[in-house]
Design a protein around this ligand. Sequence first.
Ligand code: ZN
Length: 136
Amino acid sequence: MTNAFYAVRLKVGGVGGLAEIGETAVLNVPKLPDRLLRQVESFFVTVYHEHESEAVVLLFCNPATKEWRIEVPPQEVQGLHVKYDTSRLPDPPAGFQRFGSIHSHAGIKAFHSGTDDSGAAGVQRPLHFRPFPGGS
Ligand SMILES: [Zn+2]
């Protein structure tokens, strides 16, 4: 599987008589700029101080120019929950594609939760962020 951001080779079952090849994943995106990550951190810290809650930002990447942008969707936050409506998001800026999201975990560890796995919160392929100490 290949797209503008990654190339992945996975093992599949049900095909006999072929030599086995290794699984690989190659990410083809630029590094997230420190300036952008600091903006995201500032937003998460502000939301945490005001609501003691998670928050989410969306990531866009322009594969041709290797630029990143973020967008803060309208969202409902409460404790360890954040919800936003993926069907009502504006189109990405010209040349950009949606890449994924970053969300904070309020005061708990950064990990891939059951909600993250299910996509129940509208979050797909998230990066996790814990902006300050306090959780364990
Ligand atoms: Zn998470």
